[in-house]
Design a protein around this ligand. Structure first.
Ligand code: ATP
Ligand code: MG
Length: 341
C-alpha cells in the first residue's frame, strides 16, 4: 500500500498559509486515496525548537496541532489514517543520525531555508537548524512515503531526501528506500499547476510564515475572525490601480485572489475573471476578508468540539503503528550497514 505523508511543525500557531499549502492538499488526498493508501499526518515536534520557541506552551500546542488535523477533516475512524508525534517514535532520530553520515556537508549547506532562517535568528543558529532537513529525510524514508504534500518552500528539502535515498540505494540495496516522487509528480498528484506559496500580507514578495514576529503579516488559525478580516483589509497591495493577477508586479493583490480561490474551492482563473479590469481593491479585499473570517469561525468551532481524550486515543493508535513500521525499516537499514545480522 502506498504512503502519503506530511507534517506541520507546532512551534507557533499555524497560519492560513500552512492550511492552504499543506493541510488542505493532505486532507483532499486522504479523501481521494484513504481507502487504499496509508495517510500519515504526523506532528514533527522535534523540528519545533530548531528555532527558539516558548517551551512552557509547547506541549499544549502539540495537542492543539492534532486537533487542527482532525478539525481540518482527517477522518480518525479510517484505520489507514495515522496521526503521531515524531518524538514518540525513536527510529526518526536513529535513522537521521545514519543519514547524516551519508549526506555530504556541501549538499546540506546548499539549503536556502537554512540561509534565510540563520539570517533571521542570528543569535541562535544551531546545529539542529542546519541538520533538520536530514531529520526530515528520515521522517519520509522510514515509511517509504512516495507522496509528500508540501508548500513550495519545502521542495528543496524533499529533493535532498530524494538524493539521500538514491545514494543509499545505490550503495547498499536497490530497494532499501522508496524514492519519493519528484516535485513535478507531487504537484500533479495534488492536482495543482505548481506548488503553493501564500504570501505575507505586509511583504507580499515573501512567504507567509508562522514564525514571523509581525502579527500583521500572517493570519493564524486561532486569530479572532474579525481581527483577521482587518488584517486582510489592510494588506499591502500596490499603486497600479487595476486588479490583475501578476505575482511579480502585483503580488499583494494576486495573493488575495489566490487565497479566495483556494478557500472557496474555485478555479483561480474564475476568480481572476470576476475582478478583471476592476479598479477598486477594497471590493476584493472585503470579499476575501469575509471568506477568511467565515472559514476561521467555522474551523475554530470544530477545534473546540474535539476533546483532549480524543486526541490521546488517536495518538496512542498512531504511535503504535508508526513504531512498528519505522522499526522494521530501521532494522533493514541497520542490516545493510553491518550493525545487525
Ligand atoms: P516556520 O516559519 O516556523 O518555518 P512555516 O509557516 O514555514 O513556519 P512549516 O512548519 O515550516 O511552516 O511548514 C509546514 C508546511 O506548510 C510545509 O508543507 C510548508 O511547505 C507549508 N507552508 C508553509 N508556509 C507556507 C506558505 N506561505 N504557503 C504555502 N505553504 C506553506
Ligand atoms: Mg517553514
Amino acid at each position: 500500500m502506498q504512503t502519503i505523508l506530511t507534517g506541520i511543525r507546532t512551534n507557533e500557531e499555524p497560519t492560513i498559509g500552512n492550511f492552504l499549502g499543506s493541510y488542505l492538499p493532505m486532507i483532499r488526498l486522504s479523501h481521494e486515496h484513504g481507502a487504499n493508501s496509508n495517510i500519515n499526518m504526523f506532528i514533527p515536534d522535534l523540528h519545533s525548537f530548531t528555532t527558539p520557541i516558548d517551551h512552557s506552551k509547547f506541549y499544549d500546542q502539540t495537542i492543539k496541532g492534532v486537533k487542527y488535523y482532525i478539525a481540518a477533516g482527517l477522518d480518525t475512524d479510517n484505520p489507514n489514517i495515522h496521526i503521531y508525534r515524531q518524538s514518540r517514535v525513536p527510529a526518526h532520530c536513529e535513522l537521521a543520525w545514519i543519514l547524516d553520515c551519508f549526506t555530504p556537508f556541501g549538499e546540506a549547506s546548499r539549503m536556502t531555508q537554512f540561509k534565510e532562517k540563520s539570517e533571521e535568528h542570528k543569535d541562535s543558529v544551531t546545529v539542529g537548524l542546519f541538520n533538520y532537513p536530514v531529520l526530515m529525510a528520515a521522517d519520509i524514508l522510514l515509511y517509504d512515503a512516495k507522496y509528500v504534500p508540501l508548500g513550495e518552500d519545502q521542495f528543496q528539502h524533499l529533493e535532498l531526501a530524494r538524493n539521500i535515498a538514491i545514494r543509499m540505494n545505490n550503495k547498499f540495496k536497490e530497494d532499501l528506500f522508496t524514492l519519493p516522487a519528484s516535485e513535478a509528480e507531487q504537484v500533479k498528484f495534488m492536482h495543482l499547476e505548481k506548488a503553493l506559496r501564500i504570501r505575507s500580507l505586509t511583504e507580499p514578495t515573501k512567504k507567509m510564515s508562522k514564525s514571523s514576529k509581525n502579527e500583521k503579516s500572517k493570519i493564524s488559525l486561532s486569530d479572532d475572525p474579525k481581527a483577521a478580516a482587518k488584517k486582510i483589509m489592510s494588506a499591502t497591495t500596490d499603486s497600479e490601480g487595476v486588479i490583475r493577477f501578476d505575482m511579480i508586479n502585483q503580488p499583494g493583490i494576486s495573493n488575495l485572489m489566490l487565497i479566495e480561490a483556494l478557500f472557496t474551492n474555485r478555479e483561480l482563473q474564475d476568480v481572476i475573471s470576476d475582478y478583471a479590469g476592476e479598479t477598486r481593491y477594497g471590493e476584493l479585499k472585503s470579499k476575501v476578508a469575509d471568506t477568511v473570517s467565515h472559514f476561521l469561525a467555522d474551523f475554530q468551532e470544530k477545534v473546540a468540539g474535539i476533546t483532549d481524550e480524543q486526541v490521546e486515543e488517536v495518538l496512542a493508535k498512531g504511535e503504535a503503528y508508526a513504531n512498528e513500521v519505522s522499526n522494521q525499516k530501521l532494522q533493514q537499514v541497520q542490516k545493510v550497514l553491518g550493525l545487525r545480522k
